[in-house]
Design a protein around this ligand. Structure first.
Ligand SMILES: Nc1ncnc2c1ncn2[C@@H]1O[C@H](COP(=O)(O)OP(=O)(O)OP(=O)(O)O)[C@@H](O)[C@H]1O
Ligand SMILES: [Mg+2]
Length: 298
């Protein structure tokens, strides 16, 4: 690892995973690059450091089962598939929707009772539920952190870092509604003022909302041969670095920071620790429709 802007008076300073974790605890970071190049592995090393820090909590949004095995977190919450079922009753067709929206307060309460968690969503094509829960948790954390800052005359005591895996599916410019975009981009751009930060992981940097992406202060990029991603990178990386981005191997990153561009080589994440999986339980509903839904959800 070396600082490309070093000089005899300014000796190279290593910018490693610990430094990235330190900056991620305070300001947003992005990890980008093509599939299977070590993005999640780097994110796990960063999260392992964040967890060691005093007064930092992590909340990981994952729908790709990447944080259950060989993971730094102790618990993974599993949110079930939102069920939409067609039932033929007395010749009538009835559509039953999952009540996952209405149970969100119950889920939020459960999730907030843990310090460091990953949340796994079973949904494969509908990320509205994920954004709904994401926004609710962020809002809760924001209110909590802001009140602490106000009571302590501006001093930030506790921090919460949100990690968005495959973030193009949740904070992609094509998938968010305007209100969600306004809320999430504001959280990312202003969260540092009260102790909220983000780690945005994506294999499709070109699709992540620019409003969110432009507020990431540290950018860790591995191989980026995709035209959309390269285009975005060529706007932010110095010219001599862009060509290098096409040659990076697994676990090799260029890290763009306010202090310059650094090389980073990670190691494989150690095998072993698996998280405990906690299934979200859907509460029983009253009445005929409730009993029907309970039957379906059983
Ligand atoms: N530094 C490294 N050295 C050796 N192998 C590594 C390193 N980092 C990651 N790997 C291996 O490369 C594979 C992909 O790693 P990882 O899942 O972190 O990539 P990814 O970029 O998140 O992939 P995807 O885009 O599919 O989510 C895994 O088998 C992992 O063990
Ligand atoms: Mg990954």
């Amino acid at each position: 690892m070396k600082n490309q802007e070093n000089s005899p008076e300014n000796p190279p300073r290593i910018f490693g995973v610990k430094d990235i974790a330190e900056s991620t605890s305070k300001t947003p970071t992005a990890i980008m690059g093509i599939p299977q190049h070590g993005k999640t592995t780097l994110a796990k090393w960063i999260v392992a450091e964040l967890i060691k820090m005093k007064n930092v909590k992590v909340r990981i949004f994952d729908s790709s089962l990447q944080w259950i095995f060989n993971t730094p977190v102790d618990y993974v919450f599993h949110v079930p598939e939102p069920i939409k079922t067609l039932i033929d009753e007395d010749g009538k067709t009835v559509i039953i929707y999952s009540d996952i929206f209405s149970i969100a307060p119950h889920i939020v309460k459960d999730l907030l009772s843990y310090d460091n968690i990953a949340i796994n969503f079973a949904n494969i094509n509908d990320f509205d539920y994920e954004r709904e829960l994401m926004s609710k948790l962020i809002l809760h954390d924001k209110n909590q952190l802001v009140s602490e800052v106000m009571n302590n005359k501006g001093e930030i005591i506790n921090r919460v870092v949100y990690i968005f895996e495959e973030s193009q599916t949740t904070v992609g410019s094509n998938v968010m509604r305007r209100k969600e975009m306004a809320f999430l981009s504001k959280a990312v751009s202003t969260g540092a003022n009260w102790g909220l930060s983000f780690l945005i992981v994506t294999r499709r940097a070109g699709e992540v909302s620019t409003k969110i992406f432009e507020h990431t202060v540290t950018k860790c990029v591995t191989n980026s041969t995709q035209p959309n991603c390269l285009k975005k990178m060529s706007r932010i990386f110095p010219k001599n670095s862009v060509a290098k981005l096409k040659t990076l191997g697994v676990g090799e990153f260029l890290v763009l920071t306010p202090k310059g561009v650094f090389d980073l080589k990670t190691e494989k994440y150690p095998k072993g620790k698996h998280a405990k999986i906690i299934d979200i339980v859907i509460p029983k509903k009253k009445g005929f429709w409730g009993r029907l839904k309970d039957k379906l959800f059983r």
